[in-house]
Design a protein around this ligand. Sequence first.
Ligand code: GLU
Length: 482
Amino acid sequence: MSVRVRIAPSPTGMAHIGTARTFLFNWLFARQRGGAFVIRIEDTDRERLVPGAVESLIDAIGWLGLDWDEGPEVGGPYGPYVQSERLALYHTHVDQLVQDGNAYRCYCSSERLDQLRKDQQARGEPPGYDRRCRNLSDRERAEFESSGTGSVIRFAVPSEGSTTFDDVIHGSITWENARLDDFVILKSDGYPTYHLAHLVDDHLMEISHVLRGDEWISSTPRHVLLYEALGWEPPAFAHLPAILGSDGKKLSKRHGPTGIAAFQEGGYLPEAMVNYLALCGWSPGTDEEVFSLPELVRRFALERVSKSGAIFDHDKLEWFNGLHIRAQSPAGLAERMRPFLPGKNRDIAAERLEPIARLLQDRLKTLAEVPELTDFFFQDPLDYDLALLVRPGMDNQATARALAAAANLARQVSPFVHEALEAGYRELCLELGLKTTQLFMAVRVAVTGKTATPPLFETMTVLGRDVVISRLEAAAAKLAPN
Ligand code: GLU
């Protein structure tokens, strides 16, 4: 059987961790099996549509380095791929269900349904439609119709027996039909509900496997009954574990950002995101953790997706991000850093940015730290508090003398590389009778304007001899103007 999978997002919000994880698992499965991956937009809940939601998904997919074979932008043989453009198809199947006695028109008002729910609650019963309209006589129906009462169409769930389906991850699942109520399949606005629409589409689009979040497990028995009523074979189901925060509760904004755009802006590499998302529910069965996308395509197995909730831990993601930052080539990292540089700093030549990237590579956790860690490469003159130059046990005069000597040394050191600089400055400490912490910190502040930077002598090498000399001289002059 050829594999066809889909992700069926409702455009009711911006792309988030859950969507991206479900997308990734479907994508990995499709690519591994040489199958097709479909995106279908489920926009039948007209009141909850959020402008920009589809674009946000498409941006997120592009950023993660993933793609799709059929759907928005690319089209395909099973289109349209947007449910609001497929209404006639749903109506045909709803009509068939009604004709076959598997669905019926319900005229109950929302006030009646509210009251019903309240009464059920008061009696401690589970909520559910009481099937009042299931057995209306032809005359009663005709009366409702002629009075123009609004209506919906409900599926007539068998009141007895049970429904079983196999789930690739959870095994066999059985539900008593008595636990299911006659759910709505066509709303009063003429739009189908999710239950009907997604199923008609999955069938017509020849979807072979439905990989979706496990919040849909309890709906699947209804879907299986609908498949039976329509005389169709259901696809294989694989319900993916919910994503939880580090405290084991359902992942939410309380745990930190959940929108994919926030991670992109927050300086995470898509490689790290994909790597970590893959481990949100799947495990390779070994203690390996670092995977590239092609490795994931080879290794991913639906059978190794866990049943229980998957933890998404922001700190762990940051750790993965560090790993993937270190795995970049310096030239590659430089280009990843560039969009994070402010304003015209972004125009810096690649051969100047690459040494900066190399300098930061070992200590960068996210690219969002780049502006703060690199600003002194771009400022001229530096702006800092002069008091930072003067270390304990030194005064302005002594510091100015030390910085002038440091500038002299910078002029002479050859080659201008960190090993030679370090040896030279250590010797200078001995000559001037200063502790290394005194001289090195004064030099650090003079050349970077900061007390915490990447390793000093490597930083000086990247700044270059001329900049170092002029910054040391400027600092000395400010402390001891003559
Ligand atoms: N539109 C549904 C959602 O956004 C799709 C669920 C499914 O994959 O069947 O969750």
